[in-house]
Design a protein around this ligand. Structure first.
Ligand SMILES: C[S@@+](CC[C@H](N)C(=O)[O-])C[C@H]1O[C@@H](n2cnc3c(N)ncnc32)[C@H](O)[C@@H]1O
Length: 258
């Protein structure tokens, strides 16, 4: 089935998600798309504090999908009256059609500025490679249409990563040591990566790629999620994981499966 074949479904909190026929998986947790995205990428990551205290941030999302995380960022910045400017980098291999995005019900659940045009416009006239869109006077979207492993960014430039491919069983190329090494090279020394996943194989690949790791409470019925940073100090307050042991497990159990 084609990877760009999708249909809309309603999740447990009433907000929509999209089902990918090609990957045979929902874009979000079926128990609540908005609730999960808020928890994993904003509440647990410390981003809500950063957008209120920093003057500029670079965010990178692996798997732009519906654009829900960017929409949530617009909402938080509007509600918290943030002065920060953001460059929001994202990679997406199979962009949704604007007609699909038009049907998503996120605006019923989010407190968005009336000036924000409908996000379906973000998906119009996309070309392969980089697409630059001004989302608000303070947020620029730099959307890379292409495969994760073709995505290039400036070294040591990214502050926050939203790592959001499908799960490792259906989307293994989103969880390889090689991809995490590339993300690590884009990361500032104090960057933070958040992901909903807690699979040992995914964590082992991150550890082998030079990330320090910690576990955090998962969203919507999931026991744990993962946060990672090049710098252990950024993970203070989280449940630290044994990165050395995970690295060993990567080479013993998982390296030859990639
Ligand atoms: C779980 S969904 C992302 C959900 C998204 N963050 C949102 O809030 O709607 C994963 C996304 O990654 C994209 N994707 C999967 N594998 C990819 C690859 N190898 N290269 C580029 N994009 C990929 C899929 O097309 C899909 O849009």
């Amino acid at each position: 089935m084609a990877k760009d074949s999708h249909y809309i479904k309603t999740t447990g909190d009433g907000s929509h998600t999209v089902f990918s026929r090609g990957f045979d998986q929902h874009f979000h947790n079926p128990n609540g798309a908005i609730a999960e995205s808020r928890h994993v990428f904003f509440e647990e990551s410390g981003l809500l504090t950063a957008i209120q205290s920093k003057s500029h941030l670079n965010i990178a999302e692996t798997g732009f999908g519906t654009g829900l995380n960017l929409l949530l960022l617009c909402e938080y910045m509007n509600k918290l009256n943030c002065r920060v400017t953001i460059r929001y980098f994202a990679a997406e291999g199979y962009p949704l059609q604007p007609e699909v995005v038009e049907q998503l019900n996120y605006h019923h659940y989010l407190d968005l500025s009336e000036q924000l045009p409908h996000p379906s416009g973000w998906f119009k006239n996309l070309k392969s490679g980089w697409n630059l869109k001004t989302i608000t006077p303070r947020i620029k979207l730099l959307l890379f249409v292409g495969e994760f492993d073709e995505w290039q960014m400036e070294p040591e430039s990214i502050d926050y990563f939203f790592h959001d491919p499908f799960s490792i069983d259906v989307n293994p190329e989103g969880w390889t040591k090689s991809l995490f090494s590339r993300l690590r090279s884009f990361a500032r020394h104090d960057a933070l990566l958040a992901t909903y996943a807690a699979a040992t194989r995914a964590r082992a690949a991150m550890a082998a790629a030079g990330w320090q790791l910690a576990g955090a409470p998962g969203a919507m019925g999931k026991r744990e999620m993962t946060v990672a940073s090049p710098d252990e100090k950024q993970l203070k307050g989280f449940k630290m994981l044994n990165t050395q042991r995970l690295k060993e497990r990567y080479y013993q159990e998982f390296a030859d499966k990639e």
